[in-house]
Design a protein around this ligand. Structure first.
Ligand code: ACO
Length: 431
């Protein structure tokens, strides 16, 4: 059987045969389908890119029907169990798990780049006291482009590698400074003797201790959460990273745009929205009334639903287990009962089941973050820090892909046909 698709255009009666490769046809093959010589050709209309593959990628695989997530082929469950965030970051960026020496060298290089230029801190100090930390995070990331002009040379391998190190290393430092800014606390410098997430906790929460010692359970929980958030193929923020990068902008600028996309409540801002929603519901007894409001279209369930996953989000199951470990240290959050009741009742209701609405990665993560002492405004930032790795891996893959072009979608124009300019005194008066 040939790997082709035969299309009959009933407008003209013509037949076309287009190749099918790896389950895809090329959209450009549709352009030959015309009704007249001046017809620009058929396009596919796909708002929200619901069924359009914009790239070939070797990084992350999501099987929505099976609830499966693989980084470079490795199941997320195994990485969450056995790996560390920095090792997973190396895997996503380099394609293979590092050997012991490589991992040591990679860790040393990251640690070396964790500090911020003193003027970056001055810049951050200029934000309003109540500035949202996600706004501080993405603005500071964008501003780093002015500190590292060598980043503009996106086709220089050495420069790319250096910017990747800088971004992965400085993301937690910027995030911690954004948090300290919110709290009115002085910034804390990195401690090179701690792990990536241990040091992050140090920069966030250290007060007057001579040496900050992170709690081992909380340090590991944060590391696992970071592994779960490191990449998720062509989601909204990653597509933004690729789109900006496709114009050959430097990675700091592209990353600021990606973080902007992530901040939206339909994407990485959903963890903040989920926690606020659980607080608004307040008690398990009030869940049925809230679900009735959702069903009338009055509100959306934050932290529920996913474009790709139709049976479950495998990250949500791991996070739910992590919550038990964290709560054993911090004490249980009463909102957990609300969350569990919400998940239970939605799982029994055909409205939610028929629409494949299950908890996603953002539903339980906010409860863990709150238990660890983070205010809700910090939740999207905690998503952005590990996602820098996925954004950078996808950005570099895009740059090195000879098939990629500047991102420039087509449109179906539905506006006015050509018409002549009307002088102001000849226009209809507004009522
Ligand atoms: N609560 C209530 N109803 C919902 C929800 C929700 N969270 N999500 C989808 N629906 C309903 C829609 O109303 C629609 O119903 P209809 O067919 O009767 O009109 C149907 O389910 C399909 O919804 P769409 O919005 O078309 O689905 P889409 O794939 O475009 O959206 C999204 C996916 C944005 C994740 C959506 O489920 C949502 O808004 N969820 C809440 C926000 C959220 O948690 N985002 C985080 C996603 S994960 C991440 O970014 C890391």
């Amino acid at each position: 059987m040939a790997d082709t698709l035969t299309i009959t255009d009933n407008r003209t009666g013509r037949r076309y045969e287009v190749p099918v490769a790896a389950g895809a046809i090329r959209a450009l093959d549709l352009r030959q389908i015309r009704t007249a010589p001046d017809d620009p050709g058929l396009v596919s209309y796909d708002p929200g890119f619901q069924n359009t593959a914009a790239c070939r990628s070797r990084i992350t695989y999501v099987d929505g029907a099976r609830g499966e997530l693989l980084y470079r082929g490795y199941p997320i469950e195994q990485l969450a169990e056995h790996s560390t965030f920095l090792e997973t970051a190396y895997l996503l960026l380099a394609g293979e798990l590092p050997g012991a020496d490589t991992l040591r060298a990679w860790t040393r290089e990251i640690v070396h780049h964790e500090m911020l230029h003193v003027k970056v801190k001055t810049l951050m100090g200029g934000f309003h006291d109540d500035a949202h930390p996600m706004g501080i995070f993405l603005s500071t990331m964008g501003a780093l482009a002015t500190f590292y002009p060598d980043a503009r040379d996106v086709f220089d391998e050495g420069s790319r590698r250096l910017q990747i190190l800088r971004i992965v290393a400085k993301a937690p430092t910027i995030a911690a400074c954004a948090y300290r800014h919110l709290r009115g606390l002085p910034y804390v410098d990195p401690d090179n003797t701690l792990s990536y997430t241990g040091n992050f906790l140090n920069m966030l929460f250290r007060m007057t201790e001579v040496k900050y010692q992170p709690h081992a359970v909380l340090e590991r929980a944060l590391d696992v959460l970071f592994i779960l958030h490191a990449d998720h193929e062509q989601n909204c923020s990653t597509s933004t990273m690729r789109a900006i990068g496709s114009a050959h902008a430097d990675p700091y600028t592209a990353l600021a745009g990606a973080a902007g996309a992530l901040s939206g409540p339909l994407h990485g801002g959903a963890n903040e929205a989920a926690l606020r929603m659980l607080a608004e519901i307040g008690s398990p007894a009030r869940v049925p009334a809230f679900l009735r409001r959702v069903k009338t279209g009055d509100v959306r369930l934050a932290g529920f639903g996913h474009r790709i996953y139709t049976v479950c989000d495998p990250r949500a199951a791991i996070i739910k287990r992590m919550a038990d470990l964290v709560f054993a240290v911090t004490g249980t959050d009463p909102l957990l009962e609300v969350a569990l009741e919400l998940e239970r009742l939605a799982g029994e209701d055909d409205y939610f089941v028929s629409r494949h609405l299950y908890p996603n990665v953002d539903f339980y993560s906010g409860l863990i973050y709150q238990a660890m002492g983070f205010p809700p405004e910090m939740f999207p930032v905690l998503f952005a820090v590990p996602r820098t790795v996925g954004w950078l891996a996808q950005w570099e893959e895009m740059l090195l892909d000879p098939e990629q072009r500047i991102a420039r979608p087509r449109q179906v124009y539905t506006g006015a046909a050509r018409r002549d300019y009307v002088p102001r005194d000849k226009r209809k008066q507004e009522a």
